[in-house]
Design a protein around this ligand. Sequence first.
Ligand SMILES: Nc1ncnc2c1ncn2[C@@H]1O[C@H](COP(=O)(O)OP(=O)(O)OP(=O)(O)O)[C@@H](O)[C@H]1O
Ligand SMILES: [Mg+2]
Length: 152
Amino acid sequence: MATYYPKNALDTKRIARKLWQNIRQAKIVFLSGPLGAGKTFFVKQLGKVLGIKEEIISPSFQLIKVYSIQNTNLRLVHTDLFRLDIKSQNDFLELFEYLGDEKNIVLIEWGEKIANFIKPKMTIEFSGIKKRKIKVKNLTQICKPDGLANLG
Ligand SMILES: Nc1ncnc2c1ncn2[C@@H]1O[C@H](COP(=O)(O)OP(=O)(O)OP(=O)(O)O)[C@@H](O)[C@H]1O
Ligand SMILES: [Mg+2]
């Protein structure tokens, strides 16, 4: 587990860069936390780290957005379940198909809504607006939980 306190976009980008290898290994990552806490903002910064040229925008209206990641065969899949009423797997079948593909790195805002069906290897919790906090849970061992000062 690691906790970061990003003060701005640059800090957030550094955190995204640091977490990328973990995210890539986890393949499915829940982004949790209240409205406006910075979930989409984090994905935007990660997109910059990965050299994604398209602008990453909130997937609230178009539910699933897919971006190819340069120089890899991977895709970044970004979704937001906030508006979905989920009672069974049938309510998110389309997303379920993306989850089954090894090449997809799937970031799910409001992933807790499908926690009964899917257990991600990694969850990133966002909170605070005056003092923003990013808390990473279920880290795999390659990411040492050291502080922001060590971010390259
Ligand atoms: N780390 C950050 N540094 C600076 N500004 C931020 C940061 N995170 C978020 N913001 C600002 O807060 C706004 C809301 O953040 P964001 O859209 O990422 O929230 P969200 O968690 O995705 O909310 P929702 O659940 O509504 O999708 C952003 O437009 C951005 O201006
Ligand atoms: Mg969002």
